[in-house]
Write a new protein. Sequence first.
Length: 428
Amino acid sequence: MRFSFHETSHITERDAAKAEHELSGYLEELRLIAAGSSYERHESCLYLAHDEVVLTEVERLTCEKSSPKLREVMVVGIGGSNLGAWAVYDAVRPSGVPLSFYDTAHVRVLKEACGRMRSVYREGGEVLINVISKSGATSETMMNARVLIDCLKSLTKDWHRSVVVTTEPLSKLDNWAREHRVASLPNPAAVGGRWSVFSAVGLFPLALAGVDIRRLCKGAVRALRRCLSSDAEHNAALQSAAAIRHAMKKGVVMHNTFIFNPDLERLGKWYRQLLGESLGKERDVHGRIVHAGITPLVTIGSTDLHSVFQLLIGGPLDKFTTFVKVRQRQDVSIPRIDEQFDAIVPELNRKSVREVMDAIYGGTLGSFRDRGLPFVEVELERLDEESIAEFLQFKMIETMLLARLMQVNAFDQPNVEEYKVITRKLLQ
């Protein structure tokens, strides 16, 4: 992963040095946690990529549940319980068992899932339902799980063999699984959903889909070494956090992840949740009301150059942008049609698709640079397990460091409970 820290980020050497000084002690703490062997603190999610016990258990259960008859894995979760796995799945596009994801309440999607499940069993195949909920009591997740498991029970008496739950040990969902002989994988109590992609939450469904989860963890470990370094010049997470925080102090209220690859749109949405829930806080760590946060946006190039680029360039100067691209290796030559057609946009003649997209990307960066708009640039080596994992881990560390600079708790989300309480009252 290549990280470019542009002069247009507007941060001075003095401001960068101040951020480095403020974070040096916390980085040392994070290094110790990542090298540890327990889950006592919320930051212990940094240990997940090293956890051989979790990897071995996921591999064992993957082997047990894999079958030539398995046609689909239905992942039932919401928010951090599926966004990480979904992001990796969309980016890597593995060739194993297809995954489908069920998060919000959607009647048509559930009906189609049940119809597909019936077709699979009529043809002698099987599905596996992976219910993921850290608390074991998320309304949307349990609703979707009820509908899908009820359909499964109508199709096979051995339904319990085709369900796996991933939850916090001793949750109500975990207790249900034990009573019904349903396999259960642990979600460490201290690791919140949005930080859990390298736990069984993400690793199990991805392994069934054919993702190399050991290479995934290898990429995460590589990012740990780089992003926990005390050498600020080579620490991408520290540089990015310092630049974003500096921009916020100058009036920036939005962070735009501008992705130049449609396969990474879900990755942008994973980061949107990470940034939104981790930094959007009513109170700081001292209990003072601050209404802190930076609103996360996700845009896709070059599609959104024709929808929001006018706003980004000509609108309010309140956004910081992280450009994300993938180093392209495949290419397609642009064919000649006829003399008249080829003359419509003559610049395309004797060019390839990659050359055109590189020019569009360069033009976009040039516009930002010419106007002095704040941005940084991330380039992934390729769309594979290691590169995607490196980006995920980089962004998790960046968010922890940014929260520390803002003096907010990156790991709670007290206000999310408000809609849940009202929802339960309405249902009662």
